[in-house]
Design a protein around this ligand. Structure first.
Ligand SMILES: Nc1nc2c(c(=O)[nH]1)N[C@H]1C(S)=C(S)[C@@H](COP(=O)(O)O)O[C@H]1N2
Ligand SMILES: [Mo]
Length: 298
């Protein structure tokens, strides 16, 4: 569905488009593919909570994307080192129809905007309008077999990525979800943010967004999705198994070994606020973990 700008822009909830373009001009972003790539999308009314959006100035310039460097400004500064031309996403493993999708195929799926909370394990958070489609829609197309118990996500590996010259992590960046988590309606494949195609620093051209889990579960720049029988290892589990578990659900009652997770600092705010159980999505997802000891399965 093609909507006009008036239809998709709610002045109260949504950021002022002209202001946004102005902030991009100030940041020297105009003329880059980011502003040229407006997406066709509709607002999903079920996911338009009355939350104050994070200023894109923060969400687009304060990033974690170790392939592009480890400091928060590196991903934006090195954004042009990520080549997204002819991007393909391979879906393989335990499914009857393994398929290679190109971005045209994926952008043909109906794109919707959803405003989600996002909480990094480091203790900062944001509220951003993602554009994308439920991962479940894509997975159904390849017809997972009964052996598909988990889903593994593999991000790009490329010698031009400055962070991959160092073994900061076990490259390529890998993450995983249980099949029911992957099929959950909240789990999104994002292609855009703030009304535009994803800029490179936020994981162009396509990334995962799992809003009830710590941010590192939301893999950027995905090239492969594997349906598997056994629980996969994520790059963070390989790096520090005592600190980063497979589940990594946002939980204010379970501390990181080195800091409390009870509070978070919204980007752009001086003050901290309380972190919510499952990042505020408890009603939607608590059932997935019924009977599980959340301290053990962290
Ligand atoms: N491929 C890849 N994906 C990644 C990361 C990364 O380093 N590489 N960092 C993760 C972390 S720790 C966070 S908090 C989020 C940050 O997303 P944002 O920069 O869009 O806010 O991306 C996640 N996805
Ligand atoms: Mo993070």
């Amino acid at each position: 569905m093609k909507l006009t700008e008036n239809q998709v822009t709610d002045q109260n909830l949504y950021l002022n488009r002209r202001q946004f373009v102005k902030s991009l001009t100030a940041a020297g972003l105009l003329g880059t593919p980011f502003i040229a790539n407006a997406l066709d999308f509709s607002k999903n009314p079920d996911y338009q909570p009355r939350l104050k959006l994070t200023d894109p100035e923060h969400a687009l310039h304060y990033n974690n994307f170790y392939e592009l460097g480890t400091s928060k400004e590196d991903p934006f500064r090195n954004a042009d080192k990520l080549n997204t031309d002819n991007w393909k996403v391979v879906i393989e493993g335990e499914c009857s129809k393994p398929t290679t999708f190109d971005m045209d195929d994926l952008l043909k799926l109906e794109q919707e905007e959803r405003i989600y909370r996002f909480r990094c394990v480091e203790g900062w958070s944001m509220v951003v309008p993602w554009i994308g489609f439920p991962l479940a829609k894509l997975l159904k197309q390849v017809q997972p077999t009964s052996k598909a118990k988990f889903v593994e996500f593999v991000s790009i590996e490329d010698s031009n990525l400055p962070g991959q010259r160092f073994r900061i992590l076990d490259w390529p960046y890998r993450e995983g979800l249980r099949m029911d988590e992957a099929m959950h309606p909240l789990t999104l494949m994002a292609t855009g943010i703030y009304g535009e195609a994803l800029p490179n620093q936020n994981g162009a051209p396509i990334r995962l967004v799992v809003p009830w889990k710590y941010g590192f579960k939301s893999s950027k720049s995905i090239v492969k999705i594997r349906l598997v029988e056994k629980q996969p290892f994520s790059s963070w589990m390989v790096a520090t198994p005592s600190e980063y578990g497979f589940y990594s659900n946002v939980n204010p009652n379970v501390s990181h070994p080195r800091w409390s997770q009870a509070k978070e600092r919204p980007l752009g705010s001086f003050f901290k606020q309380k972190t919510l159980m499952f990042n505020g999505y408890e009603n939607e997802v608590a059932g997935l973990y019924k009977g599980m000891d959340l301290k053990k399965y962290f």
